[in-house]
Write a protein that binds this ligand. Structure first.
Ligand SMILES: [Zn+2]
Length: 308
């Protein structure tokens, strides 16, 4: 059996894993991103974690998938403009560097695109032909996999689902628009709405727990969040009529609280497409979504040569 190495580079931590071709997580390691220690130091830690997990999984790996938050030149395997959270890493040819270090082929994907590939291969989207993965946490991101192919825009661009406009009267976003989906429905958006009204400095998770325990104010916050989640999802359903949407990310751990309102908004707003056929499901993978998908991304690009 040939195993695949996987790397997930996020703003706060870096995770590394070994994944089997059947989608089994064989070994995992993680550490802080610590971008202040510089790119070379980060790469040395990634290499060490790959060696460590490969040893745990029984030896070497056949290829390497890398998922990283941000917008990258995925066709060349180079990081994009990541300076805001990984200063000094901008433009780094990370796939080539790791490929040379280990003598294997390597691919780079946006982290949400990778997670989408993992969920459709082995997770909540298994069997779906028109699949959309959405993650709701500090922002909203997503990936689209249609007929087994990851959807890419011009030049391989990652489409920014979290930045479609819900209400142009909304607040200005760093993307240039006003009233993006994530500015209404991300975890921090939920917390901002709450903290503008109530003294408790609660985050989205605390609000959801209070709502589940019966707090009426928190239930109102949940209702508002569900309505905005529903509007965005209804837009996606109208645009793409997918057969399955999987919902991941920290805020979606409380999906059950949001689901009745999400469903009623979709029913109200997506009337031209068969919205009742769309499966809305919780994502299977939590913190391991990007690792699983990074491994799958490598299998899709190099699998026939590497592990078939
Ligand atoms: Zn935006």
């Amino acid at each position: 059996m040939s195993i695949i190495g996987a790397v997930d580079i996020g703003g706060t931590k870096i995770s590394v894993a070994m994944v089997s071709p059947e989608g089994e997580l064989l070994a995992k390691a993680e550490g802080p991103t610590a971008p202040e220690r510089g790119f070379d130091d980060g790469m040395a830690r990634i290499r060490a974690m790959l060696e460590e997990t490969a040893a745990q999984a029984g030896g070497s790996f056949a290829g390497l998938g890398i998922g990283c938050t941000g917008r990258h030149d995925v066709l060349n395997g180079s990081l994009g403009d990541v300076g805001a959270f990984l200063p000094g890493w901008d433009g780094a040819p990370i796939a080539r560097l790791l490929s040379e270090a280990f003598g294997v082929t390597a691919v780079l994907e946006n982290d949400c695109d990778a997670a989408a590939l993992g969920e459709v291969a082995w997770g909540a989207g298994r069997g779906a032909q028109k699949f959309i993965y959405i993650t709701v946490s500090t922002g909203i991101g997503g990936g689209l996999v249609f007929d087994g192919q990851l959807y890419r825009g011009v030049g391989g661009a990652h489409p920014e689902i979290g930045h479609h406009v819900i209400d142009p009267g909304g607040e200005k976003c760093f993307c240039g628009a006003h009233g993006c989906w994530e500015s209404f429905a991300s975890g921090p958006a939920m917390a901002r709405w709450w903290q503008a009204r109530y003294p408790e400095p609660w985050d989205a998770g605390q609000i959801c727990r209070a709502a589940a325990a019966g707090d009426e104010r928190a239930k109102e916050a949940v209702e508002r969040e569900a309505r905005y989640l529903g509007i965005g999802l209804a837009n996606l359903i109208t645009l793409y009529a997918p057969d399955c949407i999987a919902l991941g990310g920290g805020v979606m751990r409380s999906l059950d609280l949001f689901l009745p309102t999400i469903r009623s908004v979709i029913q109200q707003q997506a009337g031209l497409v068969p919205h009742h056929k769309v499966r809305l499901v919780p994502a299977r993978y939590g913190t391991e979504a990007v690792l699983m998908g990074a491994a799958k991304a490598w299998m899709l690009r190099y699998g026939q040569k590497g592990i078939a």
